[in-house]
Design a protein around this ligand. Structure first.
Ligand code: RP5
Length: 162
């Protein structure tokens, strides 16, 4: 059963948003990935958000760039956790996307992640954390992932100075 929805405003966002998909696959979490635009396909966006819970989704990762209203508009139509990823934009490098997503007025939250690849990856890891609360096997995989990351950093060598 699909647990996590990954949506984005354009296929041009996929280069960034695929990093979320990569981590969900790594943890064996079933997901779907779709282009759903707040301003170009508003009817689809409402339908997607309104039906997400009854379709069994547990959280929605929403990425957009520029005037990035997709995560907030999706959150307005569902009580599922919405994890917003600011996609880097051409002229303002994603600072516009970040501010658009992070500055939700109180009452309708969107969890906001870093701009770009790290944000997409961390949104997926956060979704895994949410699911792991009810799934011991997934919780163990997450603990193993963190331990491996720690080992890698502890084993890091620095080259000799030039
Ligand atoms: C937003 O506009 C999308 O999320 C994308 O980041 C940005 C540019 O879209 P395209 O012009 O590449 O389709 O809606």
């Amino acid at each position: 059963m699909i647990k996590i929805g990954i949506i984005m405003g354009s296929n041009s966002d996929w280069n960034v948003m695929q990093h979320a998909a990569h981590f969900l696959e790594q943890f064996g979490v079933a997901y779907e990935a779709k282009v759903v635009s707040a301003h170009r396909t508003p009817d689809l966006m409402f339908e997607y958000a309104k039906s997400a819970k009854e379709r069994g989704l547990q959280a929605i990762i929403a990425g957009a760039g520029g005037a990035a209203h997709l995560p907030g508009m999706v959150a307005s139509q569902t009580t599922l956790p919405v994890l917003g990823v600011p996609v880097p934009s051409k002229y303002l490098r994603g600072e516009d996307s970040l501010l658009s997503i992070v500055q939700m007025p109180k009452g309708v939250p969107v969890a906001t992640f870093a701009i770009g690849e790290a944000g997409a990856a961390n949104a997926a890891l956060f979704a895994v954390s949410l699911l792991a609360n009810q799934d011991a096997e997934l919780a163990q995989k997450l603990a193993d992932f963190r331990a491996k990351q720690t080992e890698m950093v502890l084993a890091m060598d620095l080259p000799a100075i030039d």
